[in-house]
Ligand binder design. Sequence first.
Ligand code: CAA
Length: 389
Amino acid sequence: MNLQLSDEHRMIRDMARDFAQKEIAPIAAQYDESGEFPYETIMKMGAQGFMGIEIPEKYGGVEMDTLAYVLALEEIAKVDGAHAVVMSVCNSLYCYGILHYGTEEQKQKYLRPVASGEAIGAYALTEPQSGSDASNIRVTAVLSEDGSHYVINGTKSWITSGPVAKYMLLFAQTDPDAKPRYRGVSAFLIDTEEPGFERGKTEPKLGIRASATCEIHFDDYKCPVEAMLGDEGMGFKIAMAVLDAGRIGIASQALGLAEAAYEASVQYAQERHAFGRAIGQFQMIQQKLADMKCRIEASRLLIYQAALAKQAAKESGRRYTLESSIAKLFASETAMWVTTQAIQIHGGMGYSKELPIERYFRDAKITEIYEGTNEIQRMVIARLETGLR
Ligand code: CAA
């Protein structure tokens, strides 16, 4: 694995770091507290090119590689997990799917506005009865008699950026009798300003509170046949392939959160004194810091490995599911563990809202849950390793 960062990589990393420090750091705590969506900074991120990093310039993106994407995302997450998830979903769950499976017309209509940062994109797979069991989809899409459009009905839940997205990649059942059932799932590109699309209740969340999450309802929504992504029945495989890309984003989000908590802990261990010494001189604190550092560096290597595998897949077409699941699993558990240790090192101050440590801790938890729980990641890894199901 070549770990040398090019000038271009350093440039995007530094640009993201500067943006996060100048624009996001001053407002992150306030938006976490209020649970309001930080529309202004999200749109500014889009204008800087952060929502379509790997997308070709002709479709509104900045045409860089996957390593550039994870480096930038890590810097945003280091300051705020909520901004990071909006960025991750736009880049990987939305733009990536259309770039790979879309027609030229679909790319111009649905990819360009999100990759160029003019509009926000979302990904709608989960339903009230189907989270981990993702192919158990009840939202239906029925072809109209004249064959011009699909009529979509049903409810999706836990949609990240649902309250603010202009476009969505939606997965719906086009053949409820298909066997196996995943063969009845198709993918659609949805314009949320069209009739029949409604937003439902917004989720009050423990962490990433400034990101907006809601239920969505389709009530005889008419989706033109030209807005089907890929062929009929191909939707589940698109959903899974897109999640391979998405999980690298979530791993990078987790890495950024862990690093933020770690850096704050090192500083606190140097400055805080107890029993006449800096607490960093006590072996129990040293052990925590050393273990935090090791797990963070290991996560980084796994994420870079997954990013390089995804980059290579652009040529070879080879799946990088294994690398992606390993990175997501390890980095998210690292984020949860490191932020827990960070609170312990900070003692009472770690528990206080005066410092951002408790926010990092709350934000880290979701990385073990969304885009496939870590139980699902373990299942995916074990299935790929053993060939058994
Ligand atoms: N790429 C391409 N194809 C894939 C694939 C991948 N990564 N994974 C599976 N497939 C294919 C399989 O090869 C199979 O096709 P064949 O029969 O032709 O070989 C087909 O898809 C069905 O696969 P499985 O039999 O493995 O499917 P399954 O029903 O057992 O489910 C699962 C597999 C891994 C559990 C899957 O359901 C899963 O990933 N669940 C988790 C769902 C999830 O991650 N949800 C996240 C919601 S979005 C979100 O969280 C976003 C956010 O808020 C930020």
